[in-house]
Design a protein around this ligand. Structure first.
Ligand code: AMP
Ligand code: GLY
Length: 417
């Protein structure tokens, strides 16, 4: 098959690496890809959220299947447009992707499907939201729309929350705001491949969203991940996923927006039981980097069966090893990441089968790989135990350098808590 992969992050590099191992693949194209993805794919310039460009590119290169990585093209309706032109693609329609594109819509779905989640209120006026936040006190303020992981502010006081309302209220994503009850507990990401009515769980993982060690500092898109999570036993995971995925899938089908693609459920295990924090309409980043290393079967048939509405598997094979991924970010990420710095040492690790460096914010300048975005690399390692995988990932990081590189030193450290 000729496959077109949309996106340019570490997630897409990991998808390209995994798909390149499939005997089903003839040629892989990426729009726009990155220098890491270029090891496996022909990278084509352009914006993957430009729906017309994606359709034209798919037609020009006789693409049989389009795999969509990021949320923006989905929310823009890329799957709808490709379907209209009889091109098979993996990902939800525009309407179904609203489960990620609008947090207020996701809340409404959860309420109808009786899925446990934090109490919330929705506002279309930031000043009213700020006034209410002063009454609530410590509360979580969320922008309704897409904000690349930066639309959620967890506040310690009403005053802080009121300021967060004003701050997010000025952004495009924050035209509608949500105030949400502040929950506590460990977090787990549970992702499932869905075909509109059925689902198959991917390996579990845990992300580290805060910028600094000890889960301090602002939220980011994710600073590191590991897989699998040991927070839930197999029986607990089964019970939990049965209480979420069939209900949300049937609610969406009932509303004429059946969900095909990856449904990502971000959960907090609170003292009063697991609660859903968010749904995403795509794979997580950096979770995908470790998930692809854990997956013990061909990815392409799984994605194809979802796209065709023919998912028959409910048990996806995963390796018995564990994987850890540490994000190396550019200086001043997430506010104003500095770009254009040379990256040294990428080739020192090349060739080890237990270590993979997935590129995200990179580009080529004067034949050198340089930084080109906030999250630059995810350095991933696989081993028999989490301690070993951690040690291997951090050892690898030591040999990679770029000016102002920032990474957390505690990824997967508390993997048992
Ligand atoms: P979200 O994008 O909604 O998953 O939020 C990003 C991060 O903010 C989550 O991974 C949590 O760490 C934190 N968060 C979101 N909602 C809540 C909540 N209701 N209570 C406490 N923390 C939250
Ligand atoms: N790592 C969190 C996300 O992809 O949304």
């Amino acid at each position: 098959m000729n496959i077109l992969l949309l996106g340019s992050g570490g997630r897409e590099h990991a998808l390209a690496w995994k798909m390149s191992q499939s005997p089903l693949l003839k040629t892989l194209y990426a729009l726009p890809g990155n220098p890491g993805i270029a090891q496996f794919a022909t990278c084509l310039p352009g914006d993957p959220s430009d729906v017309n460009l994606v359709v034209q590119t798919a037609q020009k290169h006789s693409i049989d299947f389009v795999v969509v990585g990021p949320e923006a093209p989905l929310v823009n309706g890329v799957v709808d447009a490709l379907t209209h032109h009889n091109i098979l693609s993996f990902g939800p329609t525009k309407e179904a992707a609203r489960i990620e594109g609008s947090k207020a819509f996701a809340k409404e779905l959860m309420a109808s499907a009786e899925i446990p989640t934090a109490r919330s209120e929705t506002f279309t006026n930031a000043t009213l939201a700020a006034a209410r936040a002063l009454e609530w006190g410590a509360v979580v303020v969320k922008a309704d729309g897409l904000a690349a992981g930066k639309g959620v502010i967890v506040c310690e006081s009403g005053k802080e929350a009121a300021a967060a309302c004003e701050q997010l209220g000025h952004t495009q994503a924050g035209a509608t705001l949500l105030l949400e009850e502040k929950l506590s507990g460990p977090e787990i990401s549970v992702m499932a491949l869905c075909d509109g009515s059925r689902y198959a769980l991917l390996p579990t993982s845990q992300d580290h969203k805060r910028l600094f060690d000890g889960d301090s500092g602002p939220n980011t898109g994710g600073m590191g991940a590991f897989s699998p999570s040991s927070l839930l036993s197999a029986a607990q995971l089964h019970e939990l996923s049965e209480a979420i995925f069939p209900k949300i899938l049937s609610e969406m089908a009932k509303r004429n927006c059946p969900f095909r693609g990856v449904l990502y459920c971000g959960l907090m295990l609170t003292p009063t039981g697991p609660k859903v924090l968010e749904f995403n309409a795509r794979l997580g980043d950096p979770e995908t980097q470790v998930l692809m290393m854990q997956l013990d079967e061909d990815l392409i048939p799984l994605l194809l069966s979802c796209a065709k509405g023919l998912l028959t598997k409910n048990n996806i094979k995963q390796k018995s090893s564990v994987s850890v991924g540490v994000v190396m970010a550019a200086r001043d990420y997430p506010q104003a990441p500095k770009i254009g710095d040379s990256i040294w040492g990428l080739d020192t690790i090349f060739g080890s089968k237990d270590i993979h460096i997935f590129q995200a914010g990179t580009s080529i300048k004067d034949k050198r790989i340089v930084t080109n975005g906030g999250r630059v690399l995810t350095v991933c390692a696989q081993a028999d135990t989490m301690e070993q995988a951690r040690a291997l990932a951090y050892q690898s990081i030591e040999s990679i350098q770029f000016q102002g590189a920032h990474f957390r030193r505690d990824i997967a450290k508390k993997h048992n808590e």
